[in-house]
Ligand binder design. Structure first.
Ligand SMILES: Nc1nc2c(c(=O)[nH]1)N[C@H]1C(S)=C(S)[C@@H](COP(=O)(O)O)O[C@H]1N2
Ligand SMILES: [Mo]
Length: 210
């Protein structure tokens, strides 16, 4: 299957630095180069919010009880700040990015996941989705991020909330998240249906095909 490049803004990537240490650096996965910029990549238009009064985050599917978090409720949960490296499937990597958010392991203490659930479909504005295994999410560095470098996320980078799963290619770090659907078994999300890999591990170069 041939994948058309869906990114209108891909031109920006041509200006990133290709540093010599990238090939040997143990922090840069195979086939990636480093950038100090922060490219913006997504399908469709950037959602804009006048305010977050009507914003909700829905937890549904295989949970004991569906739950909806308001923005206020989410802001009351314990938060954490972490510095991680990110890797985009279009081959840029960025080191030492700092994010603040609600750790995934903290978030899931607020509802009960049914034992048969194995995967999550992340639902975003405008129908974007991505699929992730629960055991991948179950890590210290996975979070529901709302700040980047100490400031609220820029609209282009997912304001108000994005998922951050730094150990997978960055398309799994879904922007403008509005819901988590717990599922028994895996199902492809938006890019996965277009041929991207179901797992997306940058260290194994799981870019396309499944
Ligand atoms: N909702 C949504 N989230 C998304 C995408 C998208 O198209 N829609 N693109 C993904 C891809 S392919 C990448 S590489 C990252 C880019 O994040 P950035 O724009 O903050 O660099 O967002 C991911 N999250
Ligand atoms: Mo991407």
């Amino acid at each position: 299957m041939r994948i058309e490049n869906p990114f209108a803004r891909v031109e920006r990537l041509k200006r990133v630095k290709n540093t010599p240490e990238a090939s040997t650096d143990t922090r840069v996965p195979p086939g990636q180069f480093l950038t100090e910029r922060f490219p913006v990549l997504h399908y469709g238009a950037t959602p804009r919010y006048a305010d977050l009064k009507n914003w909700t985050l829905r937890v549904f599917g295989l949970v004991e009880q569906e739950r909806t978090f308001t923005w206020e409720e989410l802001m009351q949960l314990p938060r954490n700040t972490e510095t991680v490296d990110i890797h985009c499937v279009t081959r840029w990597s960025k080191l030492d990015t700092t994010w603040t958010g609600v750790p995934w392991r903290q978030f899931i203490t607020h509802f009960r996941i049914k034992p048969e659930a194995t995967h999550v479909m992340v639902h975003c504005e405008q129908g974007f989705t991505t699929n992730i295994a629960l055991d991948v999410l179950d890590d210290d560095d996975t979070m529901l991020a709302f700040e980047y470098e100490g400031k609220p996320l820029e609209p282009d980078h997912g304001y108000p909330l994005r998922l951050l799963v730094p150990k997978k290619y960055f398309w799994k770090s879904a922007k403008w998240v509005r819901g988590f659907e717990f599922m028994a078994g895996d199902r492809p999300g938006f890019w996965e249906r277009a041929g991207y890999h179901m797992e997306g591990d940058p260290w194994r170069e799981e870019r396309f095909g499944w």
